[in-house]
Write a protein that binds this ligand. Structure first.
Ligand SMILES: [Fe+2]
Length: 413
């Protein structure tokens, strides 16, 4: 084989290796360093450096071989030099440093030009054979430098992309925080209207979140149900303050007026683009009952969205466990009896069981925070019988589910 053919094959091999190196997703500096060594190896050169630049100013050294640490210290590129590189007048470029570079043994300064931009320079020198650079050498150098330039350009694009994605993510997080803060402000506004139930919406949001988490909902769904809890009574904003604040049971006319609030809530929430699904429906159906005796639509079990079932339980639980103008709050034992009796009629038993499990975990000290305990205030969830009440409730509900499953099985057969 002729020496020139052999050299050509060798160069092709080096280019193929270079392409593979650059396409790899590994460490950027390592990629540039390996590429430079391939170039130096292919031409048997003793010295080389790859520097980056983005516009006029100092050069950033990415890889260096066979040169002292200070070899490129203080070397800068200016606008005119960039222009001359882009115009193909390489010999004139970096002429201000010609002497310094020559003293370091650098003979060639080759620009990496990608998409009309100088992304960096490759500095080379010290042919092992002592010969001058041939035209073939120049061809090889140009081809390999182009490859390295593309690698650097791609890396920069990926970096910009990652940066933009990070900015977008931060922006999105900010928007979510703003949305959540706005919603909480609304919740506070709803509660201010009702002077007897201060903090009710906030607590319903938190209870709903605790139940959904216990049911194994995703983090996003849990956030959504919390929002729905905060906003469930937003429709009360259109109800007369005197009706909301009536100290005793209200008459049929006023009751009808008050019962407009789930539909009103839906009307208010439906036009808004919420970052979570079904918020308007959870507000609309939080007074529905499994037995169909709820309002506004008298839906039954399967027709009621799961989120609305959760908010409904959270809402009733808070109503039972806080003082109202016409009655004191009920004891925990009383509340458990009510939940047991109304599971399958008003409440979904699976939702009640999940809430009971979450409270039980807190009572047994298995959770990091005692959130339910805190909301109910000191002393409410204390005493040995609290644990027994919860365990019994969960057991009985589980037995209900098994019976229901067995019945469904028999019907299917
Ligand atoms: Fe309500």
């Amino acid at each position: 084989m002729e020496p020139s053919t052999q050299k050509l094959i060798h160069t092709f091999g080096a280019l193929a290796d270079l392409g593979q190196e650059i396409a790899g997703t590994g460490d950027f500096t390592e990629m540039v360093r390996t590429s430079m060594h391939l170039l130096l190896g292919t031409l048997a050169l003793r010295r080389g450096a790859v520097v980056e630049c983005s516009g006029p100013g100092p050069l950033r050294c990415v890889a260096i071989w066979g040169l002292g640490d200070q070899a490129l210290h203080g070397v800068e590129i200016d606008e005119a030099e960039i222009e001359s590189f882009l115009g193909g007048e390489n010999r004139e470029s970096l002429s201000r440093y010609r002497e310094k570079l020559a003293n370091e043994g650098i003979e060639l300064v080759v620009p990496m030009i990608v998409r009309g931009e100088v992304t960096g320079l490759v500095l080379l020198g010290g042919k092992a054979s002592g010969e001058e650079f041939s035209n073939d050498d120049f061809e090889t150098i140009r081809a390999m430098v182009r490859h390295i330039g593309v690698g650097i350009h791609t890396h920069r694009l990926l970096e910009q992309l990652a940066q933009r994605a990070e900015e977008n993510r931060r922006l999105y997080d900010d928007l979510r925080t703003i949305y959540r803060d706005t919603v909480r402000a609304f919740a506070a506004a709803i509660d201010i209207k009702d002077k007897y139930t201060q903090g009710h919406s906030e607590r319903v949001g938190r209870y709903s979140e605790i139940i959904a988490r216990e049911l194994g909902w995703s983090e996003e769904e849990v956030e959504g149900i919390q929002i729905a809890g905060y906003l469930h009574d937003i429709g009360k904003l259109i109800v007369d303050r005197d009706i909301i604040n009536a100290p005793y049971h209200i008459d049929a006319k006023n009751s009808n007026e008050l019962n407009r609030h789930p539909n009103a809530g839906y009307e208010i929430l439906a036009p808004i683009r919420h970052p979570y699904a079904d918020i308007p429906f959870m507000a609309k159906h939080h007074h529905e009952r499994l037995d169909g005796r709820g309002y506004p639509d008298g839906l039954t079990d399967q027709q009621i969205p799961m989120g609305a079932k959760i908010v409904s339980l959270a809402d009733s639980f808070d109503a039972m466990t806080t003082d109202r103008p016409y009655k004191r709050r009920r004891s925990f034992e009383d509340v458990v009896i009510d939940l047991r009796e109304n599971s399958g009629k008003q409440f979904d038993g699976k939702v009640v069981a999940a809430f009971a499990r979450a409270i039980l975990k807190e009572v047994k000290g298995e959770t990091r925070e005692r959130r339910v305990t805190k909301m109910l205030g000191k002393g409410y969830l204390e005493g040995e019988q609290v644990e027994t009440l919860l365990v019994d409730l969960i057991t009985e509900l589980d037995e209900d589910f098994s019976r229901k499953d067995a019945k469904a099985q028999r019907t299917a057969n």
